[in-house]
Each structure stands twice: as structure tokens, then as C-alpha cells.
Design a protein around this ligand. Structure first.
Ligand code: NAP
Ligand code: ZN
Ligand code: ZN
Length: 347
């Protein structure tokens, strides 16, 4: 067992505070990772505050983890000490169901998430990356591209794969018009990745504030949806829309901006249920879908893609002592575009 420094929430109303956890001893197939950086995903905030109703405490959040292998178990094949590695939202799955067999561990009936989840023993709580080290089975550890800076690579482990996977699945590419609702952590990765896939990508943001940034990131179009004429102008435009908004928005208005046979994919997880009018699906044969992160094989594919295209996240680095302040700033939309915790601040 390894005593490990961390930051945890003890309940839905307590701020994150210093905490100690025990990491398990390194088994034959495990890797001990010295965590260097961890991104702050909006899902961390939803879960710390129990906005989805199934949080487990005490909770050490964090599922955009990058670090260096400190020790590899006796039978580990893929990694050795000193390797640069990452861990995303999953640390185990049942490995037997058809989803696992096909590489879709995220859709397994018994996935083990990186935090606020139970290990396969059904008892031990998993604890995430706002900590100095973690022990993970090698099959759930990803290899980082050598050419990318580690700190800005961290957000790829959730924001990157969550946008890459639907862009691939719905075939974003040359001649396809992609709309991205919300230019936050997920949204800005969606813009960079869709642009690198040669799709024509537009940002649908609340205001004009992020226009210059959006264009710099690769957006061909930018629309401030708070402006009166925006929805009318965009009717029938997009082949694919990724909705990355963390709060309640009216999906109906965005469905109307799809072309015939277009698909809107919901990625953001607002706490409230949404009402969808049938006519917004029927007219234009529109589809409304969702997508959850990505499997392990696809996450490695995404990292390699980002390595080949030189894609990383735009980040603001903070010491862990500023994490509660950072949460407030994410909620206000005051971050360009992802906070990343430097875990050296916890050592
Ligand atoms: P984020 O950085 O806070 O970005 C969310 C963006 O949504 C904001 O930048 C903002 O963009 C827009 N927004 C926020 N409040 C809004 C409101 N009231 N009305 C309209 N737009 C609003 O969050 P994130 O880390 O990208 O995560 C986004 C969502 O995806 C969260 O709900 C998170 O839990 C979820 N998520 C899902 C998955 C998955 O597997 N499906 C994975 C990771 C995260 P503008 O300022 O440009 O309007
Ligand atoms: Zn996330
Ligand atoms: Zn499974």
C-alpha cells in the first residue's frame, strides 16, 4: 500500500480539502504512476456536488491524469519505469461482456470509473487524479505521444476522447459541416479535432466573447446564439452537432439547425431532463444521440492522432490549493479553456 496525498470532497456541500488515501500494492499487471498533472473536467464539479445523484464520498476527483511510470508489475508488458502515460475516466471493466470484447469498455454493464465508483470487489471506492500517485491495471493505461507537452495533454484523456469519438463515429471529414455548442473544455477540443479531420466547424456560443479564440482554434464559423437572428440564419445547416453544454439549453432550437439526416450528439450532462418536440426530429429525419467518452483502444488512437497533428488543450495551470476557486471560475465560464492542476504543488 502507498500512502498518497490527495484533495477530496467529503460531501456534496464541502469544498475540496487535503486528504490522504491508500493506493493498493502494485500487482503483477499493475502500473504505479507518479501523477504530474490532472485536468479539471466539468464532470468533476457535477460529481463533487452530487448533481447527478449517484456520488460516492469521500471523493478524490480527477480523470484527466498524466504522469510517469514509477514501477511496473512483474508481468506488465506495455510499460516500464520512466514512460509517460495517461489515465482517463476508466480504470477497469468486466472484460467479458460483448462491449468489452469489442473494445467499448465505456458501455460495459460493470465499468469501474476512475473515481466515485467501486472497484471490482464491489466495496473499495476508486479515487482519482487530484492526488500524487495512482495504481492502474496496464490495460487501462495509455501511452502519451512523445512530442506533446504533458500538462496540455492531460485534458485529452477526457475532453479529447469525448469529442474525438463522436466525430469519428459520425464521420466528420471533408465536406461535412460540424457545429459545436459551447466553447469550454470539451468544445475547444471538438473544434481542434474536427478541424484536423478537415471538417468545416462552427462554434455556437452564447455571446461574441470567444469569437477570436474560436477562429484561432480552427473554427470557420462563429455564431452568438443569444442574438435574435442566429437560429433562423442557421436553419438546415449542419451534418453533425456536438452539444457540450453543462447546463440546460433548449435542444429543440438546435435540432432545427441540422440538415436532412443530420445528427445532434449530446455530450454535456445537465442535471435536469430535457423535453424534445417530435416535429424537430420528424422534419428533416433528424437524429438525436449521445456519446460517452471512448473505449481504451480508441483513446490510444485519439492520443496518436493528436500527436500526429500536434493537438493539445489550451490550459491554465494552477496549484491544487486553488482548486475550489477554479471550480467557481469554470461555472462562470472564466477559463481558457481547461484548468490543469500541477501535482507538484501537493508534494
Ligand atoms: P465547461 O468547460 O464548463 O464548458 C461548458 C460550456 O457550455 C461553456 O464553456 C459554455 O460555452 C457553455 N455553457 C455553460 N453554461 C451554459 C448555459 N447556462 N447556457 C448555455 N451554454 C452554457 O465544461 P466541459 O468540461 O467542457 O464539460 C461539458 C459537459 O460535458 C459537462 O456537463 C460534463 O459533465 C460533460 N461531459 C460529458 C462527457 C461524456 O462522456 N459525454 C465527458 C466529459 C464531460 P459558451 O460560453 O461558449 O456558451
Ligand atoms: Zn471528464
Ligand atoms: Zn464488460
Amino acid at each position: 500500500m502507498y500512502q498518497t496525498k490527495a484533495y477530496a470532497a467529503k460531501s456534496a456541500v464541502s469544498p475540496l480539502a487535503p486528504f490522504e488515501i491508500d493506493r493498493r500494492a502494485v500487482g503483477p499487471h499493475d502500473v504505479l504512476i507518479d501523477i504530474r498533472f490532472c485536468g479539471i473536467c466539468h464532470s468533476d464539479i457535477h460529481q463533487v456536488r452530487d448533481e447527478w445523484g449517484h456520488s460516492l464520498y469521500p471523493m478524490v476527483p480527477g480523470h484527466e491524469i498524466v504522469g510517469i511510470v514509477a514501477q511496473a508489475g512483474a508481468q506488465v508488458k506495455k510499460f516500464k519505469s520512466g514512460d509517460k502515460v495517461g489515465v482517463g475516466c476508466l480504470v477497469e471493466s468486466c472484460r467479458e461482456c460483448s462491449e468489452c470484447q469489442e473494445g467499448y469498455q465505456q458501455y460495459c454493464d460493470h465499468p469501474v470509473f476512475t473515481y466515485s465508483s467501486k472497484e471490482k470487489d464491489g466495496k473499495t471506492l476508486t479515487q482519482g487524479g487530484y492526488s500524487t500517485r495512482i495504481v492502474v491495471n496496464e490495460d487501462f493505461v495509455l501511452r502519451l505521444p512523445e512530442n506533446l507537452p504533458m500538462d496540455a495533454t492531460a485534458p485529452l484523456l477526457c475532453a479529447g476522447i469525448t469529442t474525438y469519438s463522436p466525430l469519428r463515429h459520425w464521420k466528420a471529414g471533408p465536406g461535412k459541416k460540424v457545429g459545436v455548442i459551447g466553447l469550454g473544455g470539451l468544445g475547444h477540443m471538438a473544434v481542434k479535432i474536427a478541424h484536423a479531420m478537415s471538417a468545416e466547424v462552427s462554434v455556437l456560443s452564447r455571446s461574441r466573447k470567444k469569437e477570436t479564440d474560436a477562429k484561432r482554434l480552427g473554427a470557420a464559423g462563429y455564431y452568438a446564439m443569444g442574438e435574435e437572428e442566429a437560429f433562423g440564419k442557421l436553419a438546415g445547416t449542419f451534418d453533425l452537432i456536438l452539444c457540450t453544454v453543462s447546463a440546460d439549453v433548449d435542444w429543440n432550437r438546435y435540432l432545427k439547425t441540422l440538415k436532412r439526416d443530420g445528427t445532434m450528439v449530446v455530450l454535456g450532462v445537465p442535471p435536469e431532463a430535457q423535453a424534445v418536440q417530435a416535429e424537430n426530429l420528424i422534419f428533416g429525419r433528424h437524429s438525436l444521440s449521445g456519446s460517452l467518452i471512448g473505449g481504451i483502444r480508441e483513446t490510444q488512437e485519439m492520443l496518436d492522432f493528436c500527436g500526429n497533428h500536434g493537438i493539445v488543450s489550451e490550459i491554465e495551470i494552477i496549484p491544487i490549493q486553488k482548486v475550489n476557486e477554479a471550480y467557481e471560475r469554470v461555472i462562470k465560464g472564466d477559463v481558457k479553456f481547461r484548468f490543469v492542476i500541477d501535482l507538484a504543488s501537493l508534494k
